[in-house]
Design a protein. Structure first.
Length: 155
């Protein structure tokens, strides 16, 4: 599907939605000088084209019993396309993995993992890393303080 180029109205709508995706369309329209039906059409188009990837609530890990955020670098034994795809699937399927980046450099993947405790993290490593047979090594960094967690892009 081809993507419609974003105009200034689209960008303004996206900026507002990034701040509060539950803002009523009439308020968005008033802020960007468009009618609510026009705002609705633009939002639906941007959702259909994948510009708006998801409408989600950002939940506090501490509030739901997942206070530990752990950043993990992972090196694979084999970097064949099949092995990389299998690792991507494994990381994508693990509920503890909040972010997974396939990267260049000295490591193959960088993961952001949220867990309830260090024993829960150990169980995760046994299941996901040691259970795969293709993880050469991984390095764990426990976040001491979440300084910034952002979902807003500069538009």
């Amino acid at each position: 599907m081809s993507m419609t180029p974003l105009d200034e109205y689209d960008r303004a709508i996206l900026r507002l939605l990034q701040e509060n995706n539950q803002m009523p369309q009439r308020e968005i329209g008033a802020a960007v000088n468009l009618s609510a039906p026009s705002v609705q059409r633009r939002i639906r188009r941007m959702e259909a084209e994948g510009v708006i990837a998801a409408n989600v609530a950002q939940v506090s890990g501490e509030a739901v019993g997942l206070p530990l955020t752990i950043i993990v670098t992972v090196e694979l034994v084999s970097e064949t396309p099949d092995a990389i795809d299998a690792a991507k699937r494994s990381f994508r399927d693990a509920p503890e993995v909040q972010q997974c980046h396939y990267v260049t450099g000295e490591t193959d993947f960088v993961l952001v993992v949220c867990v309830a405790s260090m024993p829960a993290y150990e169980e995760f490593t046994r299941r996901v890393f040691f259970g795969s047979g293709n993880v050469k090594k991984f390095r764990t960094m426990v976040s001491m303080d979440r300084v910034k967690t952002g979902l807003m892009l500069e538009i």
